[in-house]
Design a protein around this ligand. Structure first.
Ligand SMILES: *[C@@H]1O[C@H](CO)[C@@H](O)[C@H](O)[C@H]1NC(C)=O
Ligand SMILES: *[C@@H]1O[C@H](CO)[C@@H](O)[C@H](O)[C@H]1NC(C)=O
Ligand SMILES: *[C@@H]1O[C@H](CO)[C@@H](O)[C@H](O)[C@H]1NC(C)=O
Ligand SMILES: *[C@@H]1O[C@H](CO)[C@@H](O)[C@H](O)[C@H]1NC(C)=O
Ligand SMILES: *[C@@H]1O[C@H](CO)[C@@H](O)[C@H](O)[C@H]1NC(C)=O
Length: 316
């Protein structure tokens, strides 16, 4: 397996959904470390004032919105349900797996395209102070989905992204999706009770490692596809990388009848989540910096009407 991988989700099954919130926010804060001053200025005009120009603060909005009646349509945008059979066979295909109504790949493409228009509005002075909701939402979705797509179980269809796959972690009866969303990052950060403050040092250390290029795969390889003008191609590359982890690690280990914290499963997953979280942050910053610079000639790849018919199993 070339890429280690993982991160958090939005299929909120656990009661401690603050984990999700905090991990997403922390990815946003990590990304802020790599934004150019120009990009930061653009963002400040797009987000509503209460976010204080911070994509970290805005990064978890998409999960809350998906669980409102108004935002229900966007719930399925948080993942792509691959029709594969890990750990024996892994693959994700856009036309097959991106459901009618959208998936994380089409949503990244659509919202990136909208965000590009919004940045033009900032540049011509017609958008200031977060006054266009379509634009603020586009930025918040892009921020959130570039995090979600690095979580292996957001690019995996079986057992509803692991939500229906019961496991035990640290004595808790839970399921595999929640384990990758929260329990593993929690255990890796070495905090008994996961919170934003306890997670910050862990994430700051990841930022240092990104700067030092101190991962098994060089950061340049994370950015092989990072052109916002080819969003379906890039998002599919990221989804395929996440999906591959479900064969090489997530569903490969023997974890039934064991506690995943004691069995070595969690420890084996730590490098994967560290890498995937770090990729999410650096890609997000690079994506936004590139958009803000304005080099953008959109390819013709269609994302308007995903024709896949993967089974959607809504679990919340
Ligand atoms: C908000 O931005 C969107 C996306 O560019 C655009 O279609 C819409 O017209 C804008 N709304 C206003 C009121 O300017
Ligand atoms: C998984 O756990 C849930 C909640 O405890 C339970 O309702 C469900 O029947 C379990 N599923 C399986 C396949 O054991
Ligand atoms: C989380 O922690 C970061 C870094 O310490 C801080 O800047 C941010 O405001 C915190 N977020 C929340 C929602 O408390
Ligand atoms: C549980 O693990 C055992 C031992 O590896 C394996 O033979 C069995 O198929 C597993 N059962 C399930 C339901 O995954
Ligand atoms: C694209 O985004 C707009 C604005 O959020 C939304 O109304 C539309 O349904 C989206 N289209 C697709 C194909 O995702």
């Amino acid at each position: 397996m070339k890429f280690p991988g993982i991160v958090f989700g939005s299929l909120l099954l656990y009661t401690a959904s603050a984990w999700n919130t905090d991990v997403h926010q922390q990815i946003g804060f990590m990304a802020e470390e790599f934004l150019t001053p120009y990009t930061i200025g653009v963002i400040r005009n797009i987000l509503e004032p209460w976010y204080q120009g911070s994509i970290g603060r805005a990064a978890a909005w998409a999960d809350r919105y998906a669980h409102t009646a108004e935002g229900r349509f966007s719930y399925q945008w948080h993942w792509i349900d691959s029709e594969d059979t890990p750990p024996t066979s892994c693959n994700v295909e856009y036309k097959r797996d991106c459901s009618k109504g959208g998936c994380v790949v089409s949503a990244i493409a659509n919202q990136t395209s909208i965000l590009h228009e919004c940045i033009q509005q900032v540049k011509d002075g017609s958008l200031t102070g977060g006054s266009n909701t379509t634009c603020s939402q586009a930025l918040k979705w892009v921020t959130h989905f570039l995090g979600d797509i690095t979580q292996p179980l957001h690019s995996s269809g079986i057992a509803a992204g692991g939500n229906m796959f019961n496991v035990t972690f640290a004595g808790h009866a839970t399921e595999l999706h929640a384990v990758w969303d929260g329990f593993i990052p929690h255990a890796d950060a070495g905090v008994l009770r996961f919170s934003n403050s306890s997670l910050s040092p862990f994430m700051a250390a990841l930022v240092d490692r990104i700067r030092a290029n101190a991962f098994a795969e060089p950061t340049t390889s994370w950015l092989q596809c990072i052109n916002p003008a080819t969003p379906v191609t890039c998002a599919m590359a990221w989804a395929a990388e996440s999906n591959a982890w479900t064969c090489s690690y997530v569903y490969k280990q023997v974890y039934n009848n064991t506690d995943l914290l004691d069995s070595g499963y969690a420890q084996g997953a730590f490098p994967i989540i560290e890498l995937q979280i770090s990729k999410a942050a650096l890609r997000l910053a690079t994506w936004l910096n590139t958009l803000a610079l304005g080099h953008y000639e959109r390819d013709g790849q269609d994302f308007e009407d995903p024709i896949g018919n993967a089974q959607q199993v809504l679990v919340s």
